[in-house]
Ligand binder design. Structure first.
Ligand code: HEM
Length: 227
């Protein structure tokens, strides 16, 4: 326990915690995005997937037992991730108490520079998103278990669809820098396959948000074409 605490107090310890908790969310968003693609197979497929997520393992842990386990892991990971980000930011500000007169971003690329604000936007998005599609508190006419219908209802509003698509761009930037940092913190960005790994990170960072965005984009197009 003492060893764990003293590791946590080091900068690298905090980075490793950020990497592991971020990695858990990366795995979750990948699975979530693949699940969402069932939208294109129709109502039965995506509603059936939601039902499966609730009943999986129910003989052992009861209805929604596995889902609640996943939710607890996600919440703990998110809290730790944000907490470590806050602590690392404070350390970085403390090490440079006097601001540079002119900021020059040398190695940091655009996605690297937007990590903190991107993270804040994603957290706000998550609260709105769960209110709309999980609890239904923020979606008029929400029906528990009718995922297909709820998605059509939500994205029939073009402004909300645009907000989701914009948030997927923010997610792409966050993933682009975040997954590469994860590799770095865990010591996986080594030669000889460093550039291949970098390309892989970029591929995930583009494919996941794009897969998500396909649902609101197609619902907007269905509305435009009156399908
Ligand atoms: C266009 C993008 C997205 C769409 C269309 C979408 C769709 C959905 C739907 C339909 C649900 C309810 C599922 C159910 O009742 O079984 C849901 C839940 C959820 N989504 Fe998303 N999602 C999107 C993006 C995201 C992103 C980017 C994240 C994470 C950063 C995320 C995290 C979650 C979480 C945590 C839940 C709650 C799961 C639960 O505890 O039951 N979603 N989403």
């Amino acid at each position: 326990m003492v060893g764990v605490l003293s590791f946590y107090r080091t900068t690298i310890g905090k980075k490793v915690i950020m990497a592991i908790t971020g990695g858990i969310w990366v795995l979750y968003v990948m699975l979530h995005m693949f699940g969402n693609l069932k939208f294109f197979q129709g109502a039965e497929a995506i509603d059936g997937w939601a039902h499966f997520l609730r009943t999986f393992g129910q003989e052992v842990v009861g209805y929604e037992g596995v889902l609640w386990l996943v939710r607890i892991v996600l919440v703990v990971s998110l809290v730790l991730h944000v907490w470590m980000a806050w602590q690392l930011s404070r350390l970085s500000w403390a090490s440079r108490p006097v601001k540079y007169s002119r900021r020059r971003w040398l190695a940091a690329d655009f996605s690297g520079r937007t990590m903190r604000w991107g993270g804040v936007f994603i957290a706000v998005f998550l609260v709105i998103h769960i209110g709309q599609l999980t609890t239904g508190a923020l979606l008029n006419g929400f029906q528990e278990g009718e995922v297909y219908r709820n998605l059509i209802l939500l994205f029939s509003n073009n402004l909300i669809a645009a907000f989701y698509i914009l948030m997927m761009i923010v997610l792409a930037l966050h993933l682009n820098h975040g997954i590469w940092s994860l590799f770095h913190s865990l010591g996986w960005n080594t030669y000889p396959s460093k550039s291949l790994k970098h390309r892989l990170c970029q591929l995930v960072a583009i494919a996941v948000p794009l897969g998500f965005a396909l649902v609101p984009i197609s619902i907007v197009l269905m509305g435009v074409m009156n399908v």
